[in-house]
Design a protein around this ligand. Sequence first.
Ligand SMILES: *Cc1c(COP(=O)(O)O)cnc(C)c1O
Length: 368
Amino acid sequence: MTPLTRPYNFAAGPATLPQAVLEQAAAELLDWQGRGVSVMEMSHRSEAFEGILADCEARLRRVLAVPSDFAVLFMQGGAQAQNALVPLNLARARPVAVAVTGLWSAKSLAEAARYTNACACADTRPACTQWPSPAGWALPAGAAYVQICANETVHGVEAPLHAWPDLAALGSDAALVVDASSNILTHSVPWPRVGLLYACAQKNLGIAGLTLVFVRRSLLGQAAPACPTVFNYTDAAANRSMTNTPPTYAIYLAGLTLAWLEREGGLAQMAERAQARSSTVYAAIDTSGGFYRSAVEPGARSRINVPFTLATPELTTRFLDAATAAGLLNLKGHKAVGGVRASLYNAMPLAGAQALVAHMQQFARSHG
Ligand SMILES: *Cc1c(COP(=O)(O)O)cnc(C)c1O
């Protein structure tokens, strides 16, 4: 079989998958490991699927070094459902706070406010180009949790790992809640600081339909009575994510993606690659003589989503059309910020970032 050459897909999510994962899924599509059925056709209670789920959880725990006092939940509803499910499961009618650093954390705050008393403990709007130092946050007394977005996928702002707040050291007994949808599996997680971390799967670990929730077991058992049964973390933990039918095929694909990640060298390798890909693109921006511009403060630049603008905005459409013609797909920026956005998830090879840089340089030469 001749290997298929595919274009580079810079989509923000759903996003590019490792080709090896797609090939394995294709090879197993009609008959999973001699069972005569596709994973899509299996009962979630079958011994075969139980094995797929257990394997996926074991890989997650191994790759991310998840402590045993955390439950791993395989949920539905996407990352945005968690904006409601976190307060419904954890708020206990106490205040909560969200550090607003971009579009996604702003949505988290607005949704939490529907369920409990929610405030912004930091707010970098309207620019959203920096990571505010936690030392200056206004933490409400008696807060149940404080939420951050580890990587603002739209604004391209990423919390440096050392700047994930240590709430205990800041004098708060609130739990830290982290939306890691777009940078999970790109660096290690400082678990001692974390109460709950969630991520949708369609950026770095497979396809839409699955949301992972890692929750400290001591936070279970306090859901509001109005919390839907199928979204109750305590029930999900007790039923091993089988309160109802879990997103079986998405869990299978997450398992394949994690197996690929382990074959490729694990989390340390993913962190190194994220650094290499993003610094290649930032270097092209910074050495373009102002032709390309990044608005984000250098210390808060995301290693995963790189938004940038052209000094001559009228050229943006031409840049994007030429990129598509060159096999560089889905580089249009989010409508909230415009311009260009290169999403560089784990499945994007360094060669993809280099091809983008070559295109940027050629375009600047012919339009500069
Ligand atoms: C993509 C994304 C979301 C939304 O995910 P859905 O699964 O579409 O709800 C939320 N937060 C962040 C940080 C994201 O990148």
